[in-house]
Design a binder for this molecule. Sequence first.
Ligand code: 3NM
Length: 222
Amino acid sequence: MKTTIKAARTALLLDADIYPVTCEKLSNGRTDLEVLDAVIEGGARMIQLREKDLSKRGLYHLALKFREVTARARVLFIINDHLDIALAAEADGVHLGQDDLPLAAARRLAPDLILGASTHSLEEALRAKHDGADYVNIGPIFPTKTKAGVDRLLGPEAIAAISPHLDIPFTVMGGINASNIDRVLENGARRIAMVSAITMAPDIAETVRAFRKKIRSYSRPS
Ligand code: 3NM
């Protein structure tokens, strides 16, 4: 049977453990492309290009380069916020916040893309699923300086409370690092999205390798 493009993308999503998210200004002088190379070297199977300060044109050109590298490495490539850029650059998916294009509209325009949604409660997560999300991110789990205005912390226990009600993959995010990753894993998370704990690391590839090993030391979700 011929594998559809959506099925191939979903298989990569299911395989992902660590989910690095870019932020060039938090990358200790390294470019997003250098960070990309390093996370791939460390074994990441999924990456999100998230650059809030770039022009749309600039983001599009960067996305083309990300597409080239991620296609070669067979890494799932998601773009934050911009469905049009995701389609134009032939990314694998788009990640949408609560104030972005509604998921249902994105789904109508892009049946083959992986749609991810930022959610901050069970209600938002269930609505996102209903509206066509392939995965949801649950956050913020811990305090983070990376994103302004996310001050209603969920805490790691929220993962155990929310996840039994979800039958789609979920990622967790917000302030997760080497000192607290066990607490999200103990509460059932198996796909972990991170900005600064990866982008600020002195040795990004080694850091990703260590996080992946840690995640994989817990059992995979059924
Ligand atoms: N979204 P760090 S928390 C981009 O909860 C983002 O929706 C969040 O960065 C949410 O890993 C967050 O450096 C920032 O804490 C995550």
